[in-house]
Design a protein around this ligand. Structure first.
Ligand code: C2O
Length: 547
């Protein structure tokens, strides 16, 4: 196994998109940031130096970080931020993961532009469980704002309203030639007739689940979230923010140019969204010559699903299976039921109407089990836990929602106003955990991409309406469910996940729509140390940023 050293310098860099130049926060002047490539078993050592004017941290999305929670990255959860002028070195080893993950800033909305691919090749000497692709290409889906994303979220927090939506979707940082002023800003993906390529697709968008399709071609899905899948073919894939999907694509069509197009899956009918389309171009090297300069042959456009095409999403998700029988916990020690959804807080007495611009003079909020998560501001949760600092968090996050109710639109009015708190849920080392995640449909039903740090989990079942323990348990797949780090809880429905709490530390669990984490759709698990030294959190690195 190798040790890979990298330097990340966080800095403002001029970036021109949609006709305007913006001073954009980047890593090493690159947008998107550098792609990191390692083999399973390797160690990454990344020194992050902050030369920007914002606090920053970097999160290695999906990396298990076994015993190295100090390197996980979410601000005020596992570390205090790297202040301007300071640096911190993240050091961690990849253990038992192969496929596509990514890294992103985990402070405010900086991840809008501070993100990149993290590619984990098979352990040295071993190979893919599918034929070796001729070429591999990361496809990073993203969102671009004309305004500074930090100002967008600050404005929303000030007014209590929903934030402005983005101005474009992007593929590898480029909006594509369907947007104004973007004819040069289109990613080209070359292919030769007969070749099979591996596309490593990542949804790095802030707030938008996205469909992706290539005209006239089909994908063979072989992995997601750095776990292999039983291969299946499909013409369209969908990813929630945070999710990755590895697909094979073969150059089996007449040599020409074909659009690869990304568009919104706007599962929340009441939420504002952008109905534009981002494009890259799959270009055959043997395409007729005029195509080479991109001027003469208009690429073939795929027909895309409608923004509310939940049937396509459900059919796609149902195909996910692990390649073989897996070890799903069958006995459960911790059976949890967490609601996920929005809320609307009444305008506090000391606020004026400018600060309460949500629906009917309210402020938007969000919660799990009616608790709206508040990050600490002067310690990290992990530090407070490790050093026994009292008063930073409480361990009374409820195992169940406070009231029983019907989540299909008949939600008790009292639950529209969640209670703020820094509450975590404590797990004994090695406990076998099941969580039912239930969309509340408060304000609007929505597909919430729920992500857990430090763990992969099996998705054993998903469905619509209210989860019913009497009838739905029989639908559990305990044989070959997919292993993921982010689950899209179906719109107005539920998902059931299982994992073993074998990684000590404090681990954030949140909706990966950044606007929802801003509003408090999060909690954290405090996983205690086990008995042996190898079951305990490592000591904090000496350069851990001071709070
Ligand atoms: Cu990509 Cu807290 O996560």
């Amino acid at each position: 196994a190798k040790i890979h050293h990298h330097d990340f310098v966080i800095q403002a860099t001029p970036v021109k998109r949609l006709c305007r130049t913006h001073n954009t926060i980047t890593v090493n002047g690159m947008y998107p940031g550098p792609t990191l490539e390692v083999n399973n078993g390797d160690t990454l050592v990344v020194k992050v130096t902050n030369k920007a004017r914002y606090n920053v941290t970097i999160h290695w999305h999906g990396i298990r970080q076994i015993r190295t929670a100090w390197a996980d990255g979410p601000e005020f959860v596992t570390q205090c931020p790297i202040r301007p002028g300071m640096s911190y070195t993240y050091r961690f080893t990849i253990q038992g993961q192969e496929g596509t993950l990514w890294w992103h800033a985990h402070s405010s909305w900086l991840r809008a532009t501070v993100y990149g691919a993290l590619i984990i090749h098979p352990t040295e000497g071993s190979s893919y469980p599918f034929p070796m692709p001729k070429r591999e290409t990361p496809i990073l889906l993203g969102e671009w704002w004309d305004a500074n994303p930090i100002d967008v979220v600050r404005q929303a927090t000030r007014t209590g309203a929903a934030p402005n939506i983005s101005d474009a979707y992007t593929i590898n940082g480029q909006p594509g030639d369907l947007y104004n002023c973007s004819s040069q800003d289109t990613t080209i993906v070359p292919i030769d007739s007969g070749e099979t390529h591996l596309l490593r697709v990542i949804n790095a968008a802030l707030n938008q689940p996205l469909f992706l399709k290539v005209a006239n071609h089909r994908f063979t899905v072989v992995g997601a979230d750095a776990s292999y899948l039983k291969p299946f073919t499909t013409s369209v894939i969908v990813l929630g923010p945070g999710q990755t999907t590895d697909v094979l694509i073969t150059g089996d069509q007449p040599p020409s140019r074909y659009y690869m197009a990304g568009t919104a899956y706007a599962s929340a009918p009441n939420a504002p969204f952008d109905n534009t389309t981002t494009t890259a171009i799959l270009e055959y090297k043997s395409a007729p010559c005029p195509a080479k300069n991109g001027l003469s042959i208009k690429p073939v456009m795929p027909s895309l699903p409608a923004f509310n095409d939940t049937a396509t999403v459900t059919a796609f998700t149902k195909k996910f299976r692990s390649p073989r029988k897996v070890e799903v916990p069958t006995e459960i020690d911790e059976s949890l039921f967490f609601t996920v959804g929005l809320g609307l807080n009444n305008c506090p007495k000391n606020f004026n109407s400018n600060q309460c611009q949500g629906p009917n003079g309210t402020r938007f909020t969000a919660s799990m089990n009616n608790v709206s998560f508040v990050l600490p501001s002067n310690f990290s949760l992990l530090q407070a836990h490790h050093q026994g600092i009292p008063g930073v968090f409480t361990t009374d996050f409820p195992a169940n929602p406070p009231l029983k109710f019907d989540y299909t639109g008949n939600v008790s009015r009292s639950l529209w106003q969640p209670v703020p708190g820094t509450k975590v849920y404590k797990l004994k080392y090695g406990s076998r955990v099941q969580i039912v995640l239930q969309d509340t449909s408060i304000f609007t039903p929505e597909n919430h991409p729920i992500h857990i740090h430090g763990y992969d989990f099996y998705i054993v079942a998903e469905g619509f309406g209210n989860f019913n323990p009497k009838t739905d348990t029989s639908k559990f797949n305990l044989v070959d469910p997919p292993l993921r780090n982010t689950v899209g809880v179906p719109v107005g429905g539920w998902a059931v996940i299982r994992f073993v709490a074998d990684n000590p530390g404090v681990w954030l669990m949140h909706c990966h729509l950044d606007v929802h984490i801003t509003w408090g759709l999060a909690t954290a698990f405090l996983v205690e140390n086990g008995v042996g030294e190898l079951e305990a959190l490592e000591a904090p690195p000496l350069d851990l940023p001071p709070c």
